[in-house]
Each structure stands twice: as C-alpha cells, then as structure tokens.
Design a protein around this ligand. Structure first.
Ligand code: CU
Length: 128
C-alpha cells in the first residue's frame, strides 16, 4: 500500500514538473508587417519577434475589463498608449538595434517581450 502511494506521489510530481515547464515555455511569434496582440489576462502572444530596422505594427486589442491593462508601455520606444476596451490600437515601432525589449501594462504587472533580430540570422544577436 505504501509503495503504491509513493509511486502515485512520484507520478504526480513528474506530471507537475512537465506541466509547469511546458506551460511556462514562452511561445515566440514572428511578426510580419503587423501582428495582433490580444490583451486579456496578459498579452497573447507575449513574445514577439520582429526584424531590425523594419516598421512593424503592433495591433493591441484589449478584451479585459481589468483597468490594470488599460495602458501599454514600451519604455525603450518611449511609447505609452491607452487601450480602450474592444478597440484596436496600433503601435508602430522601427527597432534600430537588435536585442530584447519589454513592454508591460501601465503598472508593470503584465509583461511581454519584443525580440529584435538583425535580419541576417534570426535570433543571432539575442542576449540572454
Ligand atoms: Cu497593470
């Protein structure tokens, strides 16, 4: 009986580990000229890959009534925008340098990331 219990707990632990790490894995979405970002309990997608020097339009659509998400801030691009509910707000960026840039809600509680690659080799210049 004890052994069955131990096995069960072990299996639970393994499942939890898988769920935790797979669930936490960031999903990077490559943006073309534009990308739609749904704002609902966070940002979806929350990791966006764009090309250096290229104009990219980030179309934020806020579906979350939580006022926490009513503003989006891209500090590296000096952008701060109000997101009215159910209304698409376009943010245009032309990233000059490869790297990682974060964006967040006005209070910095929800986060997303913009990964800028230098066109030649996607992901090459991404610092960790
Ligand atoms: Cu917030």
């Amino acid at each position: 009986m004890d052994q069955i219990l131990v096995t069960l707990i072990g299996l639970l632990g393994i499942s939890f580990t898988y769920w935790y790490f797979l669930g936490k894995r960031e999903k990077t979405v490559v943006a073309g000229d534009a990308i739609d970002i749904v704002v609902e309990g966070g940002y979806s997608p929350d990791v966006i890959s764009v090309k250096q020097g290229k104009l990219t339009r980030l179309n934020f659509l806020r579906r979350d009534t939580n006022s926490c998400l009513e503003e989006v801030v891209l500090p590296d691009f000096k952008i701060r925008k109000t997101l009215p509910l159910n209304q698409k707000v376009t943010v245009e960026i032309i990233p000059k340098q490869a790297g990682q840039y974060s964006f967040s809600c006005g209070m910095g509680m929800y986060h997303g990331k913009i990964i800028v690659s230098d066109g030649a080799a996607p992901g090459k210049n991404i610092p960790n």
